[in-house]
Design a protein around this ligand. Structure first.
Ligand SMILES: Cc1cc2nc3c(=O)[nH]c(=O)nc-3n(C[C@H](O)[C@H](O)[C@H](O)COP(=O)(O)OP(=O)(O)OC[C@H]3O[C@@H](n4cnc5c(N)ncnc54)[C@H](O)[C@@H]3O)c2cc1C
Ligand code: FES
Length: 323
């Protein structure tokens, strides 16, 4: 059985270019087998391909920055107007776009979570300025507000199948630094389905929290912890033990995902873990191979821009460096 659900299954982007070349993430039949044996329970990709051969492709599209805030040259908040179809497709948790200055080519594409959807076909982004691409974005914005965006893509969260079926549960978000960028869409999706959402936030070197107020307004509790200190870890452990959470979402580096998983195991809690997807991405379409990730048992691999495995099966490369 194909053990991965493709995040685009059943959407207007299915079947995609991978199906065209017999490399569908879900469908064994499209890939040449006589046996139908997929992990997807929705609209059949094979039938969809047969009756709707004209697939929808994501294309580069112009966008313009209406306003932006430079936070000490290390973080940016962008308010960007995009074409309506991109805006309309950017509301689900895990939505992200590739963004670059109009003056630069696709080498400068930056995968960025949709931080918030705003009225008037606008999207907000929260960006950490780190290296060549994000520095170029910051420097170009001073001269030219025009951008190129590509998307929307939707695989920004691993474990999305758990999120889709969670109703009336208690959920804890563990958020580090720019991981805040993936939280508002998720919190809005979860609370709309009757879940209560609390958060443990470490604002890291930014020192500012952009999501706490929204979470409190949604009825959640917010704790500010220094997650990398012994004291912070002990506080988090207590929250997990006493909070009766059925799901934890880790928004931060892979090392944090890994430590949280260990903590849940040590506490013998039967809590589902979902995580922000930190894979290196270039095309976002399952083609270029930049996001190729090994499974933890070393027996399998998947394209992390499209395939959405259970986080527990993922081999987290950086986890080895930060136990
Ligand atoms: C689905 C997804 C959503 C993201 N959302 C946000 C967000 O909302 N805000 C934000 O600040 N950052 C986000 N990132 C990370 C952001 O894309 C990288 O920080 C950015 O590409 C760094 O590029 P750089 O050239 O400025 O820095 P570099 O110095 O090249 O890299 C800095 C760090 O970013 C990682 N990185 C570099 N290129 C990529 C890439 N193409 N894909 C993924 N990681 C990369 C590197 O491994 C390194 O850890 C997201 C990444 C992914 C995969
Ligand atoms: S980013 Fe190109 S295959 Fe995933």
């Amino acid at each position: 059985m194909s053990s991965y659900v493709c995040v685009d299954s059943g959407s207007e982007y299915c079947p995609c270019v991978l199906a065209e070349v017999g490399e569908c993430i879900n469908c064994t039949r499209i890939n040449g087998s006589d046996v139908c044996d997929c992990a997807w329970g929705g609209i059949c990709a094979m039938e969809h391909a047969r009756y709707h051969p004209d697939r929808m492709d994501r294309v580069d599209s112009p966008a313009s920055t209406l306003s932006w805030i430079n936070m000490e040259d290390r973080y940016l908040y962008l308010d960007v107007r995009v074409d309506y179809p991109i805006w309309a497709g950017s509301h689900l948790p895990g939505s992200f776009l590739f963004v670059r200055p109009e003056s630069h080519d696709s080498k400068f594409n930056i995968p960025l979570c949709v931080f918030r959807t705003l009225t008037g076909s606008r999207l907000a982004f929260f960006v950490k300025v780190e290296g060549p691409k994000t520095k170029t974005l910051k420097d170009r914005l001073i001269l030219d507000p025009n951008l190129i965006v590509h998307g929307p893509h939707h695989n920004g969260i691993l474990g999305i199948t758990h999120i889709r079926k969670t109703r009336f549960q208690r959920i804890l978000l563990v958020v580090y630094g720019v991981g805040q960028a993936s939280v508002p869409l998720l919190a809005s999706y979860l609370t709309a389905r009757g879940n209560s959402v609390d958060a443990a936030i470490d604002t890291a070197d930014l020192g500012r929290d952009l999501i706490g107020e929204d979470l409190v307004q949604r009825g959640g509790h917010v704790w500010y912890l220094a997650l990398r200190t012994e004291k912070g870890k002990a506080q988090l452990e207590r929250l997990l033990k006493e909070g009766n959470y059925s799901m934890v979402y880790s928004a931060g580096p892979d090392g944090q995902h890994y430590r949280l998983e260990l903590m849940l195991k040590q506490l013998a809690l039967d809590t589902v873990l979902c995580v922000s997807n930190n894979a290196l991405m270039s095309c976002g379409e399952g083609v270029c191979g930049a996001c190729f990730t090994m499974t933890r048992d070393g027996k399998g691999s998947f394209r992390a821009c499209k395939a959405n495995p259970d986080p527990e099966t993922v081999f987290m490369k950086t986890s080895l460096l930060c136990p």
